[in-house]
Design a protein around this ligand. Sequence first.
Ligand code: ACM
Ligand code: ZN
Length: 679
Amino acid sequence: MKIKRLMSAAIAAILFTTVCWGDAIGSPGDVIPRPQSVSPAQGTFRLADAPTYYIKGVSDETLGKYMEESPLKLIPATRQKSADVVVDIKGDKGEGYVMKITPKRIAISADGPAGAFYGIQTLLQLTADGKVREMQCCEISDSPRFPYRGLHFDVSRNFRSKEFLKKQIDAMAMLKMNNMHLHLTDGAGWRLQIDAYPRLTDFAAWRPQKSWMDWRDAGTKYCERTDPHAQGGYYTKDDIREIVDYAAARHIRVIPEIEMPGHSEEVLAAYPELSCTGTPYTSSDFCAGKEATFKFLENVLAEVIELFPSEYIHIGGDEASKDAWRKCPDCRERMEREGLKDVDGLQSYFIKRIERFVNSKGRKIIGWDEILDGGVAPNATVMSWRGTEGGIKALKSGHDVVMTPGEYCYIDYSQDAPFKEPVSIGGYTPLAKVYSYEPVEAGLSDGDVAHLLGVQANLWSEYVADDSHAEHMYYPRAYAVAEVGWSSPEKDYADFHRRALKLNEEMAGKGYTPFDLAHEYGERRESLTPVAHAGRGAKVAYGTPYNSKYPAAGYATLTDGVRGGWTYGDKRWQGFSGDMDVTLDLGELKPVHYVGADFMHSEGAWVHLPECVTISVSTDGTTFTDVDTVWCDVDATYPKILFKEYGTAVDTEARYVRVRAKANPRPGAWLFTDEIVVN
Ligand code: ACM
Ligand code: ZN
């Protein structure tokens, strides 16, 4: 089956490129996500100026309306035979479709309404939204690899209008993505009208600073909605109904996320009695001991469930600090009464209790992979973000899983060289990396894979203030996630890149602001080839240990000639949680002219340049002479990622070279370096 698919794709590519391919002819070889199979045929089909459609089988008025309002402006035909586009909907559900393009007409035979909609999406891409009127004849047989293809919107950190969300729903539909995950609540603002708790939207949805960074630096305080400086916003229930309906008409489910027990500073500022201390701005976690917390959450969830038809309700579950729980008499009492041995057990109690409530309303919970800690709730679906280990564990215990591992699916990371990209949280996840993600890992059985629902890309938006910046982060990386979720696992990045460039142009033409893939700079040049220097291979003695989370190549790292890339997480940068003090043994007395090392600054990740670097040399390893101290001249709050070489000329003979880097005094500051270069 796979071979047949590949062969037909290859034949299609040859036929389309050699026979008649030109800009003015729509090619199935250009579609994203790549269809499962394409069989080429002779001839072309030309779309009339006023093309007609006919829907048979299961009736679908929504689809007819969509086709009429689409850029193709199809008009209903009275008879099937005279229609340019005939859609036959065979059943009530199913996302697959077969599309036959003949010189006379386009016939789409769909498993269900979603399949018919996706056939129309393919047609819209083939015609570049109607700009291309001629199409190569062929037969496309298509269906998704995974049932869940998601895109995440963090509307808490920076509120986005409903118009923005509807625009992204259009892009998701084009990419055959079917789940919009709305991260509606977090420390930076509550974004949903809840009738029972008006302070959530009169207070917890507003802050005096527009930018999240300014708000953070000013101490993360909220303000009254009536404050003349108030920035933020929320969705009314009518807004949500409009968004949900708009998405449903495009076969997209909107999954609301209500964070608990952590990431809830905004709720606890508005309703401090729900925190362990009863005082605002003291914890990010709901008190797990007080009954009032569960009453609040059940009341909120009841309104959420009434508003969102999604079978999944996302309950967050990530990154609860649980610190306050350890000291809180209510939490401790609950732990004792319920026989819970630690705070993980208390979190598990919390989530299981919420699950029972959500299940009682006929819905399911989905949560970040921390909900596995202390024992996962029996019917929970897990969203695996801290790598895939949590997801695999959940799959192996029979739970449904959506994979969204940070390394591949976190599109808040920068997608190109930081010097040319907007401020970001750090990291480096270029399009090729996202595209390379394969969710089915070795060791998973067919039974496990049956529970792997699919994939999602997440855009956390602390650093993403503007809508155009958000689109820059989403596209083209959302194309890659869509293709990972929809298409067969065979990968050809060069071909995907070609299609992404083309789609980017169309997206730009429609008013989106995708990343300029045509001018991608790529990985840090220094990291592409090993650096030759006199210290290469020298033994390194560590006066301060590197942090075991970021060992890179361990003791060999600093003299292996390998330079790091754009992210400290690429296993080529070595991390120190504090000062660094290392001594290289060059093996024999050698002339030394220069000693230097690169350090990284990534403010969002607490990675800072050293305050100063002192370089010393010795002939015997006991008595060292300081050669120079180089001081940092970059402000620790500089928002962008940068790299800086700290080096000095040395004019002596030495066997030992010592490099001491003093960490930035900011609490929690890290140091990262990749190589100590000696020449
Ligand atoms: C997460 O990124 N904290 C789910
Ligand atoms: Zn408590």
